[in-house]
Ligand binder design. Structure first.
Ligand code: GCO
Length: 452
């Protein structure tokens, strides 16, 4: 195949400076496998119920990363990235009685040591959705106690990993855990109740605040923050009703998580829920949640369009004739720039890291190569979108492509591929896609610039 054109950014872009961090991201359940050596989690249970996962698969083997981690670190290093974002599997490091699982913890210690040996910084996510099943059996995120169990687990991990991690993120996308997992039930643990979704969100945010305090105490040099996903809400028409609908959707899906962190309160849409549907907020909770963060992680994939309607005043509209990824998500880099600008204007945000951005494509391995033109376009346009936001004054310090390699895409199973690296699940062979080469090329160019 012809030489792949590297991604390009203007030479004087902040993103081409050495201290802007470029990375790739993964999550424990999506890549690790080796389920025999950890507690079962809610995703194991969810996968075991027919119909939940599009291809009937599970996370038992995934990318077999626990057995291939050394080779995977070499792969990460070969891309030339500055930083790698991974998550810790709660049930791999903590036994059911709360004691440390030495074997599991040693796996992560060796992994972080190896990354650091390659001069790769590590962003550790403490919770990327794999709640131990024994905690779900006691109510999971419905149960306030889970927030305290999370703080205990976090403390043990942070005490062990300490400054091997450059940054800790408490939670990844509490929207997904709460809304997809407890409110609409398309993710584990599969509950379907508005009340449960709202209660889960509150306990997740409380867990975040409690864990932040543990990071501050036990790894004072590491950065501490959270990762939120945002799908900016656009009005279908310019009618007042649709504009209002988009605002309501933004409050319900995006600001429900950000506003408590920044301002110690839920957005106004909480007042349109019946008393019975609102979470119980105890005195002091919002102060715990509002703890100062060193950074905000933002995950962006797509935007959503809304019109007036539905029980809460908004409903999704699917618009035609727009480019979409294999997830059927609209490709809209302009909304990414606008999101970053709008959030920075509306809130007094800490520095931002783009902790995930990427696209699923129907990739195929042909003669040892994987060409992914749609992903190439997607990443190039979204890198530029970040650049434009920075030019407009938004403080972005890093960018992580989702994902290092193809992996278990939750309810979609293995059919949706997000990797820069292709994984052949029968052989576990990894192959750099064109997008990986374009990323590698950009990073090599930047490296050369910095040595001039
Ligand atoms: C997410 C998750 C990832 C997904 C990715 C693509 O943040 O939603 O962090 O686990 O795989 O977003 O859907």
């Amino acid at each position: 195949m012809n030489q792949i054109q590297p991604f390009t950014l203007p030479g004087d872009s902040t993103m081409m400076q050495k201290d802007f961090l470029f990375g790739v991201a993964t999550a424990s359940f999506q890549i690790e496998g080796d389920y025999q050596h950890r507690q079962p989690c809610i995703w194991d249970t969810f996968c075991s119920i027919p119909g939940n996962i599009a291809d009937g698969s599970d996370g038992k083997t995934a990318c077999d990363h626990v057995n291939r981690w050394k080779q995977d670190v070499a792969l990460i290093a070969s891309l030339g990235v500055d930083v790698y974002r991974l998550s810790i599997s709660w049930g791999r490091v903590i036994n059911e009685d709360g004691s440390l699982n030495r074997r599991g913890m040693d796996f992560y210690i060796a992994l972080l040591d190896e990354l650091n040996r390659h001069h790769i910084k590590v962003f550790v996510t403490l919770y990327h959705w794999d709640l131990p099943q024994h905690l779900e059996d006691k109510g999971g995120w419905q149960n306030r106690e889970t927030a305290f169990a999370f703080a205990d687990y976090s403390r043990l991990v942070i005490q062990e990993l300490g400054d091997r991690a450059y940054a800790y993120s408490t939670l990844n996308e509490p929207f997904c855990s709460a809304f997809l997992g407890y409110e609409v039930g398309i993710h584990a643990p599969g509950h379907k109740s508005r009340k449960k979704g709202r209660v889960a969100a509150h306990h997740l945010l409380l867990a975040h605040g409690l864990a932040m305090a543990e990071i501050r105490r036990h790894a004072p040099k590491a950065l501490a923050g959270i990762v939120l996903n945002f799908s900016p809400a656009y009005a279908f028409t310019s009618s007042d009703a649709d504009i209002k609908a988009a605002r309501l959707a933004h409050e319900y899906h995006n600001l429900w998580y950000l506003m408590p962190l920044m301002e110690g309160r839920y957005p106004d849409i909480i007042n349109s829920l019946s008393e019975a549907e609102r979470p119980e907020i105890l005195a002091g909770d919002m102060d715990i949640i509002k703890i100062n963060m060193d950074y905000l992680g933002i995950n962006y994939y797509t935007r959503n369009v809304y019109q007036a309607g539905g029980e809460l005043g908004f409903e999704d509209v699917r618009i035609d004739n727009v480019p979409r990824t294999a997830m059927d998500w609209e490709i809209c880099p302009g909304a990414f720039t606008e999101l970053l600008k709008d959030l920075s204007q509306e809130f007094n945000l800490p520095p931002i890291y783009i902790t995930e951005n990427g696209a699923a494509e129907d990739d195929a391995l042909l003669n040892g190569e994987v060409h992914d033109p749609m992903r190439l376009d997607y990443l190039q346009s979204h890198l530029l979108a970040v650049h434009h936001a920075i030019e407009n004054g938004v403080d972005v310090k890093g960018y992580f492509a989702w994902s290092l390699m193809d992996n278990f895409e939750w309810a979609e199973g293995y059919r949706k591929r997000f990797g820069l690296v292709y994984v052949d699940y029968t052989t576990q062979q990894r192959t750099l896609k064109s997008s990986a080469k374009a990323y590698q090329g950009m990073l090599a160019y930047r490296q050369a610039l910095s040595q001039k």
